[in-house]
Design a protein around this ligand. Structure first.
Ligand SMILES: *Cc1c(COP(=O)(O)O)cnc(C)c1O
Length: 297
């Protein structure tokens, strides 16, 4: 299954360090590796031979689950938001990759997708695909949070702030649970909306956290030229590539907060790079179509 791994931090400057979680695995990237680890063990314990999960067209979680299934001996089924994508697999790098790992797809429209957690829907899928272990959208459940509790190492206690991107809130919950209560955990949501706090409270066992909601750039997977410029400049300066959906927005936010004197003098900041680099080629396709500058890989 997926082995235990932990990373030393990379120093960016006197105050900012990065935890390179993108190095977890070439294809099971970053926090998705952490979130799958205990779910795969549980699926084996339940004698399931298939994993079923959900995601959008460029989902890091779909790519990671497809590959993890392949190397850990599970069939994989991806329920994909967007019926129109059924005819566009070849032009979509994420779906092409998942398919090459053996993932079977079930494409549904956005309305059906909203009902994906209802019993009828899952029963329907069971009659179609047979028995499977369900991994929720974004991979977040109690076992996923347990895996994310393994991101921090004891040396990380030296940091005053730990910054992490937020999608469904599983990763930040794991970080909160394994942080010291003297540390402050800042979450940078990649999407609009306040519902995340409720989800995080379900899994997190401390209150030393806050969401910084000013850096979603218009919403999930929305992008602006200044974000692309920031990602390219950051790569040039540090040799670290950021993804446009999550980590790019967070790092942009961290530097903007510095500029606004948000952090007390001499505070030390650890930013978790949660991976997601597989999504860059899909984003570059969209940028090319809009004649916008591209992310340099
Ligand atoms: C999925 C993902 C996230 C969001 O993690 P949650 O646990 O859903 O909050 C953050 N960063 C990257 C790179 C991701 O792929």
């Amino acid at each position: 299954m997926l082995k235990d791994i932990q990373f030393e931090n990379i120093r960016i400057d006197n105050q900012v360090f990065i935890k390179p979680e993108y190095m977890t695995h070439q294809f099971i990237s970053g926090n998705k590796y952490r979130k799958l680890k205990y779910n795969l063990i549980e699926a084996k314990n339940q004698n399931k031979d298939a994993l079923l999960t959900f995601g959008g067209a460029f989902s890091n979680h779909i790519a990671a689950t497809a590959y993890a299934g392949k190397i850990c001996g599970f069939n994989t089924i991806g329920v994909i938001r967007g019926e129109e994508l059924a005819h566009k697999i070849k032009s979509n790098p994420t779906l092409t990759f998942a398919k090459s790992c053996g993932m079977q797809f079930h494409f549904i429209d956005r309305e059906a997708y909203r009902k994906k957690n209802e019993n009828d829907f899952l029963e329907d899928l069971k009659s179609k695909f047979g028995s499977f272990y369900t991994v929720p959208e974004g991979g977040t459940n109690t076992l996923a949070v347990k895996g994310c509790e393994e991101i921090l190492i004891p040396e990380d206690q030296q940091f005053d702030y730990i910054c992490v991107c937020v999608g469904s809130g599983g990763t930040i919950s794991g970080i909160i649970n394994s942080s010291s209560n003297k540390q402050k955990i800042l979450g940078f949501p990649a999407l609009k909306g306040d519902f995340l706090k409720v989800d995080i409270r379900k899994f997190a066992n401390q209150q030393n956290w806050e969401l910084i909601t000013d850096y979603h750039f218009g919403g999930y997977a929305k992008i602006k030229p200044e974000l692309v410029t920031f990602i390219n400049e950051f790569k040039q300066k540090t040799n670290i590539l950021l993804d446009p959906v999550y980590t790019g927005k967070m790092m942009f936010g961290i530097y903007d907060l510095f500029a606004k004197n948000y952090f007390p003098r001499d505070s030390k900041i650890l930013a978790i790079h949660t991976g997601g680099l597989q999504g860059i080629s899909g984003m570059n396709q969209r940028l090319r179509r809009k004649n916008m500058p591209l992310i340099k890989e």
